[in-house]
Design a protein around this ligand. Structure first.
Ligand SMILES: Nc1nc2c(c(=O)[nH]1)N[C@H]1C(S)=C(S)[C@@H](COP(=O)(O)OP(=O)(O)OC[C@H]3O[C@@H](n4cnc5c(=O)[nH]c(N)nc54)[C@H](O)[C@@H]3O)O[C@H]1N2
Ligand SMILES: Nc1nc2c(c(=O)[nH]1)N[C@H]1C(S)=C(S)[C@@H](COP(=O)(O)OP(=O)(O)OC[C@H]3O[C@@H](n4cnc5c(=O)[nH]c(N)nc54)[C@H](O)[C@@H]3O)O[C@H]1N2
Ligand code: SF4
Ligand SMILES: [Mo]
Length: 708
């Protein structure tokens, strides 16, 4: 049948179950797929860690996904996809996919493995764990997972199992907990606006967000605001592609945005641009902020802290103070510093001063929290915990595998995460993974750098091969997906593997014997005020639907007001805090920013996307390069006290003096040296939330080898 002529199949409701729905715990023959099936179109959802959770239409022919398009009926993504996903079948059916379980046959990290049957793999894991539990206790086992898939069931599939086991807990704080903590300090549980509200803004500030890469669909609403006459500003540390979407770009010294926000507030108050009525009625602590904090941040001092000219800070304040409905879109980058939570908290105070929180479209846009849409406790099952267990911060994996106090970690189970390259302090992580006495299991779609260190590798399904329930963090959409194609090879989903492990460990709870779809049906049957009025049959069928925060007070804080003064915080009033690396000796700040054509370490399997990234590069200002006698294309090495990483140099006027930019995370096999960017980042945490500090680095740089 010709492509594009497919029939759109209902994925649920009264329809018969999809022939591809894997029934737990059905083993499958490698490569088997039901033959002779005509091409059909199945709805699915993009599973990646991206705010958009785009709706997909997957064309399936003879058990293979042949194309993926945007679902025009999806309320947020409206039929378009980013360049990473338009060729998703090249990931799903990539020749690098793992198809069978593997047993290590060579030294750790060498990548030498032999295939074994699933039964043997599961038996080996269960017997190793039983021995470790007998000798060291269950807390010697550490799960490690993050965001390979964002589906609620597959993403959290290990929680009930590891809780029941009594294993150490993982604090999953690699991404934006400091941003969340900063917003919460000011706004409590106040819901984020809908992204479409941005269209009504007359000033959108993209603050520390490279939206062209990380928020493709939110950016459409920003473009619409601009089309309607609104202005757009970008505040970043270098000129990202998003500068092309902005009327003005302000480049600040890394980690100094909190000072900029305080400087703008200083000018607003000095010039009487504050909204007195809003402050009196809806804000806690404005007099204290104005009296005790803002006098310390005159434009001249803020110029010294941020590098922005005082006159520009004054102009920003005037424009912000006179805008009708300004909205600040806050990214994650500026929160990944030792002062990250305080930075976000300080920025979130700005809209309160000018009353923007009260105007349609105005305020700030952090991320939508749809946490109440489904009963998460029914997935994570905290109630299965045998008692208190220790918690390990995932940003300190190197430390945890090394010298952590308490029971030594004797086994690591990694699923849908690639810590060998995404976690900070790569040298410490790789040293831990290389421990011969550490029993490591990695459940993966590909033989990643982490999988190379495993004792046992288990093949994982891609999102097109398993069921799940998705919610977005950039909109209020939720959506169910059923398998569109059968599992590739013998791969199994996270949910199914934990069912097998629970059986092998002798867990009697029927919970572990249900299928992912059983659990999804259970979640859909439980009511939630967030889903009030939502078309339940559309959701059950696999269409995207929009949920809404339940009605409540305008500001959901303990005081019912926007809290500039928050007595529960260690610093009750915002102030500028130093970063970790600010005072350190190496001369350059290193930005480890997202790449347009990758997503953390995902998509490295795709030749065409790697080609568009043009290799593992580090970018440098022309003046800095000239001063060091370095030229475009030079093989260089960035280094600091933690490690040394080889790159190709790109000289670029998009990067200000004193800053280096290394976008994206690469697999080691595609690196010019033996390490990738996270050998330069540290295990230090953010001021609040225990977050990662990926941008809070100082490095030096030198020529690696004589030029050819
Ligand atoms: N294409 C692509 N999409 C992605 C990802 C990806 O890697 N690639 N990652 C996904 C993930 S996991 C997440 S969490 C989300 C969001 O991913 P995040 O990593 O939170 O990315 P952004 O929010 O775009 O914020 C990064 C921007 O912050 C800037 N920045 C760094 N330090 C500072 C600073 O001190 N001040 C200011 N003003 N700016 C600073 C960086 O230069 C960069 O442009 O995106 C997701 N989407
Ligand atoms: N230098 C630097 N480091 C960073 C960042 C950065 O911007 N710069 N970003 C940080 C951020 S914000 C984040 S969120 C983290 C993300 O770090 P991770 O969560 O580790 O994300 P990925 O690198 O995308 O790796 C996910 C892996 O999961 C696998 N996978 C996908 N689906 C499934 C599945 O269903 N089951 C199983 N078992 N596996 C699956 C994929 O093949 C992939 O290898 O990285 C962080 N690290
Ligand atoms: S924009 Fe984000 S959610 Fe949409 S297809 Fe791309 S990675 Fe997936
Ligand atoms: Mo993230």
């Amino acid at each position: 049948m010709a492509r594009g002529a497919g029939r759109l199949e209902s994925t649920g409701g009264g329809a018969p179950p999809s022939p591809f729905t894997p029934y737990y715990p059905s083993p499958r023959a490698p490569g088997a797929h039901p033959a002779g099936i005509p091409m059909i179109v199945r709805r699915s959802v993009c599973p990646y860690d991206c705010p958009d959770a785009c709706g997909l239409l997957v064309e399936v022919e003879d058990g293979l996904a042949v194309s993926v398009k945007g679902d025009p009926e999806h309320p947020h993504s409206r039929g378009s996809l980013c360049p990473k996903m338009t060729r998703y079948p090249d990931t799903v059916h990539n020749p690098r996919r793992l198809t069978v379980p593997l047993l290590r046959t060579g030294p750790k990290g060498s990548g030498a493995f032999a295939p074994i049957p699933w039964t043997e793999a599961i038996d080996r894991i269960a017997s190793a764990w039983k021995a470790i539990i007998a000798d060291h206790g269950a807390q010697a086992i550490l799960p490690y997972s993050y965001a390979g898939t964002m589906g609620l069931v597959q993403r959290n599939a290990g929680h009930p199992f590891f809780h029941r086991l009594g294993a150490s807990r993982l604090d999953r704080t690699i991404c934006t907990p400091a941003k969340a903590a900063g917003l919460e300090a000011v706004l409590g549980q106040t819901p984020c606006p809908r992204p479409s509200e941005l269209r009504d803004c007359d000033l959108v500030i993209l603050w520390g967000i490279n939206a062209v890469a990380t928020s493709v669909h939110g950016l459409k609403d920003v473009r619409e605001a601009r089309r309607r006459g609104g202005r757009v500003w970008l505040v970043d540390t270098y000129r990202t592609p998003t500068a092309g979407e902005a009327d003005s770009t302000f480049l600040v010294r890394p980690g100094s945005d909190g000072a900029l926000a305080l400087g703008i507030m200083h000018v607003l108050v000095r010039d009487g641009l504050q909204d007195r009525a809003f402050l009196a009625e809806h804000v806690q602590g404005f007099p204290e902020l104005a009296r005790e904090v803002l006098p310390d941040y005159p434009p001249a001092r803020v110029e010294a802290l941020t590098g922005l000219p005082a006159a520009e800070i004054e102009a920003m304040a005037r424009a912000y103070g006179t805008a009708k409905a300004p909205c600040i879109v806050i990214g994650g980058g500026l929160s990944r510093y030792g002062n990250g939570a305080m930075t976000v908290r300080t920025i979130a105070c700005l809209p309160a001063l000018v009353g923007a929180y009260d105007r349609p479209g105005g305020g700030c846009f952090g991320s939508t929290s749809t946490g109440g849409a489904f009963a998460m406790a029914e997935i994570t099952r905290e109630d299965l915990l045998p008692g208190p267990v220790r918690t390990v911060n995932m940003n300190r994996l190197g430390h945890a595998l090394g010298e952590l106090d308490g029971p030594r970690v004797m086994s690591l189970y990694v699923y849908h995460s690639n810590p060998a390259v995404v976690a900070p302090d790569q040298n410490a992580v790789l040293a831990g993974l290389a421990r011969e006495d550490l029993f490591t299991v990695v459940h993966e779609r590909f033989l990643t750098d982490t999988a190379r260190y495993a004792d046992i590798v288990l093949p994982a399904t891609s999102s097109l091969e398993h069921s799940d329930l998705y919610r977005s963090y950039g909109s209020y959409c939720v959506q169910r997906a059923r398998p569109a194609v059968p599992p590739v090879g013998e791969s199994r989903s996270n949910w199914d593997v934990f069912g097998l492990l629970a059986g092998a460990m002798g867990f009697p709870e029927p919970f572990f014997r249900q299928s992912a779809d059983d659990l999804i049906e259970h979640l859909l049957a439980l009511p939630s005020p967030w889903r009030e009025g939502v078309d339940a049959s559309a959701l059950a069928e696999g269409r995207a639907v929009e949920v809404a925060p339940p009605p409540g007070p305008r500001f959901r804080t303990p005081s019912g007001k926007v809290e500039l003064l928050n007595p529960r915080e260690p610093h009750p009033l915002p102030r500028f805090l130093p970063t970790h690396a600010g005072g350190e000796a190496p001369p350059f700040a290193l930005m480890t920013a997202p790449s347009l054509f990758g997503l953390n370490s995902s998509f490295c399997e795709r030749d065409e996307l790697r080609a568009r990234r043009k290799g593992m590069r580090i970018r440098m200002n022309p003046g800095d390069a000239a001063a060091r006698g370095l030229a475009d294309g030079d093989p260089v090495e960035a280094f600091n006290g933690l490690g040394e990483v080889a790159f190709a140099l790109e000289v670029s006027s998009d990067v200000p003096a004193g800053v280096l930019v290394a976008e994206g995370v690469w697999w080691l096999e595609f690196a010019p040296g033996t390490r990738t960017v996270n050998a330069l980042t540290s295990q230090r945490l953010t001021d609040r939330g225990g977050g990662s500090t990926f941008y809070d680095n100082r490095v030096d740089i030198r020529l690696r080898s004589p030029r050819p």
